[in-house]
Design a protein around this ligand. Structure first.
Ligand code: IPM
Ligand code: MG
Length: 370
């Protein structure tokens, strides 16, 4: 574990600050009860940074992120900033962080908690025990490809352009992350692209195949067209273990996978860069959910995804798998006890606020460490 555990906390917009507050309570708990302490800096990102500084990410905050062992981010965006220039919108702050920190591998677990199996829109027998690890490429593809823009064609027509590009290196490094993860799980990788239509997809398939032959032939590898995968995800999601795909397909399909679990409010993510000589990676952890402006500030939001994101930080950045497991187990227990925030409320359960969910999780943590 790094001697100096530098954590940059960026609550962001909407429900970001209130779910992050529950993480701060758990961080304090870790300090008091487990002797795990962090050197914490807090900053602004997204709309909050626009309001204070006119930009979604200041150079100072970016520098703080570069100097941290991990960044914890709440969520960014909201209707309040709809009229802001496109390159200054809240989401641009998030994209700059991903790109500048070179966080090319985005891990999005889609797991169904037993207590929440009925919250899924799919039948319980389809999703029970579901445990997929999505690995989305995060710093390449059509999100960043050049040329891009909206051009005036001079005849009253305009043309919007984005470019999908992938290089050998970009494909191999993210595929390697997927293969490594698979070895610690079900040992199976599905690689998704549209190689039947797109050259970048064809290259993706070829490079994943080559890397597999060279270094990971012990892992079961399947290639699947991304549209077929969208269908297979709702037909028989348990056929998947690790899925690796590009930035755009990963954005779309990870939302689909997430929704199968019943609540976006339960799902964390980790974005990782390349390992340095000491094996440390730049990393950012954030829940999958957005800012939920409609319920922001009302103490209604589900803090579990944010707490589980912190658990991922403990596991992947700070070598504290035991404490990560304690957070996950505490959440399981609170759910099994019938406590539910509004987003996962079900008949016969006890509806609770963000704060009370936090209280309950802290109580379970106390019991686990007693
Ligand atoms: C996500 C989000 C972002 C993305 C937005 C907010 C830019 O949808 O993290 O999945 O498209 O990557
Ligand atoms: Mg998305």
């Amino acid at each position: 574990m790094p001697a100096n555990k530098k954590l940059l906390v960026l609550p962001g917009d909407g429900i970001g600050p209130e779910v992050m507050r529950q993480v701060r309570r758990v961080i304090d708990w870790m300090d008091r009860k487990r002797g795990v302490s962090f050197d914490i800096t807090e900053g602004l990102v997204g709309g909050a940074a626009i309001d204070a500084h006119g930009v979604p990410l200041t150079d100072e905050t970016l520098a703080a992120a570069m100097a941290s062992d991990a960044v914890l981010l709440g969520a960014v965006g909201g209707p309040k900033w709809d009229k802001v220039a496109f390159d200054k919108r809240p989401e641009a702050g998030l994209l700059t962080l991903r790109k500048e920190l070179a966080l090319f591998a985005n891990l999005r677990p889609a797991t169904v908690f037993d207590a929440l199996v009925d919250a899924s829109t799919l039948k319980p027998e389809i999703v029970k025990g579901l445990d997929i690890m999505f690995v989305r490429e995060l710093t390449g593809g059509i999100y960043f490809g050049e040329p891009r823009g909206i051009e005036d064609m001079g005849n009253g027509e305009r043309r919007g352009v984005n470019t999908q590009t992938y290089t050998t290196t970009e494909i191999r490094r993210v595929a390697a992350v997927a293969f490594e993860l698979a070895r610690k799980r079900g040992n199976k990788v599905h690689s998704l692209e549209k190689g039947n239509v797109m050259e970048s997809g064809l290259l993706w398939r070829q490079e994943v195949t080559r890397l597999h032959q060279e270094e990971y032939s012990d892992v079961e590898l399947h290639h699947m067209l991304a549209d077929n995968a969208a269908m297979q995800l709702v037909r028989n999601p348990r056929q998947f273990d690790v899925i690796v795909t590009d930035n755009l397909f990963g954005d779309i399909l990870s939302d689909e996978a997430a929704m199968m679990t019943g609540s976006l409010g339960m799902l964390p993510s980790a974005s990782l860069g390349a390992a340095d000589a000491n094996g440390n990676r730049k990393a950012m952890y954030e829940p999958i959910h957005g800012t939920a402006p409609d319920i922001a500030g009302k103490d209604l939001a589900n803090p579990c995804a944010m707490l589980l994101s912190f658990a991922m930080a403990l596991r992947y950045s700070f070598d504290r798998a035991e404490e990560a497991g304690m957070i996950e187990a505490s959440i399981q227990r609170v759910l099994s006890g019938g406590m539910r925030t509004a987003d996962i409320m079900a008949p016969g359960m006890a509806r609770c606020s963000t704060t009370v969910m936090g209280d309950s999780i802290l109580r379970e943590l106390d019991k686990l460490s007693a």
